[in-house]
Design a protein around this ligand. Structure first.
Ligand SMILES: C[S@@+](CC[C@H](N)C(=O)[O-])C[C@H]1O[C@@H](n2cnc3c(N)ncnc32)[C@H](O)[C@@H]1O
Length: 246
């Protein structure tokens, strides 16, 4: 079933489309007259599945990861697993990564198409995206897998395990897995509120892992050199991670 997302209070589809389009126009994207109104009509009708993806467009989270400079340096083949709009792989390439080395994969076209609608670059970027309900890549295909805000939307522990297993399998030996997800840990523990279920932390269909649970899952899947940590005050419920395939 398609999840229907909501914008937080004070934010609307209109405000976010205007914000993102103003930003992208300032980087050189040339929108035809009436384009913003047309997109507002389109996304009012079809709704935005993950409103927060739209809200962070133009500020790709991959750049905030502590290992980003190292990944940029190595320039291995890279899979963005659950790529959404493709903001992160566009940022990588903008920052110097070879375009032919990146692949954005998702289970549906909805956010990828929203990325095309906003960047107006379908012709030049279409070949970098793969969409399939089933994980389509053979083992040992990529040097790096990036995962941005995907683990917490997978819904079940089993789905998270399969995702991490697929990542391990698709990496070449010594390959790198890095990214972030919503979660809680020692520095910023789970808030003591009613309504959180035991065994995980659920809110509006999101499942938040604990720092320990994510570390353990990576370890038992076979990863080594594992780091799972919390960082900023501004983004307390976020776990950043890094691991290598043994
Ligand atoms: C919250 S969005 C994050 C998108 C993007 N990575 C970002 O940081 O903006 C989660 C994405 O994961 C995708 N997704 C959900 N389940 C998936 C799965 N089993 N395999 C791959 N992608 C999945 C969704 O379609 C969606 O694009």
């Amino acid at each position: 079933m398609k999840r229907k997302g909501h914008f937080p209070e004070g934010v609307t589809l209109e405000s976010e489309l205007h914000r993102v389009m103003d930003f992208l126009a300032s980087t050189g994207v040339d929108y035809p007259p009436g384009y913003c109104e047309m997109l507002i009509r389109k996304y009012k009708k079809h709704h935005v599945q993950y409103p927060r993806i739209l809200m962070r467009m133009g500020e790709p989270r991959i750049r905030k990861h502590g290992r980003y400079p190292e990944i940029q340096e190595k320039k291995g083949s890279l899979l963005d697993y659950g790529c959404g709009t493709g903001d992160d792989i566009r940022a990588l390439v903008h920052d110097g990564y070879p375009r032919e080395k990146v692949v954005g994969y998702d289970v549906n076209w909805s956010s990828i198409n929203m990325g095309f609608d906003l960047y107006l670059d379908r012709d030049t970027w279409m070949d970098r995206f793969v969409v399939s309900k089933k994980f389509p890549f053979p083992p040992s295909t990529f040097d790096v897998v990036y995962s941005g805000s995907v683990l917490h939307v997978l819904g079940t522990k089993r789905a998270v395990k399969i995702y991490v297993y697929n990542t391990y399998s698709v990496l070449k030996p010594t390959g790198t897995f890095f990214g972030s997800t919503l979660g809680f840990g020692k520095e910023h523990p789970r808030p003591a509120k009613k309504g959180w279920k035991l065994g995980g932390w659920r809110r509006r269909g999101l499942m938040l892992l604990s720092q320990e649970a994510l570390h353990e899952l990576l370890r038992e899947t076979g990863f080594s050199d594992i780091e799972v940590y919390q960082e900023s005050e501004a983004d307390k419920l976020r776990l950043w991670f890094y691991a290598r395939k043994s």
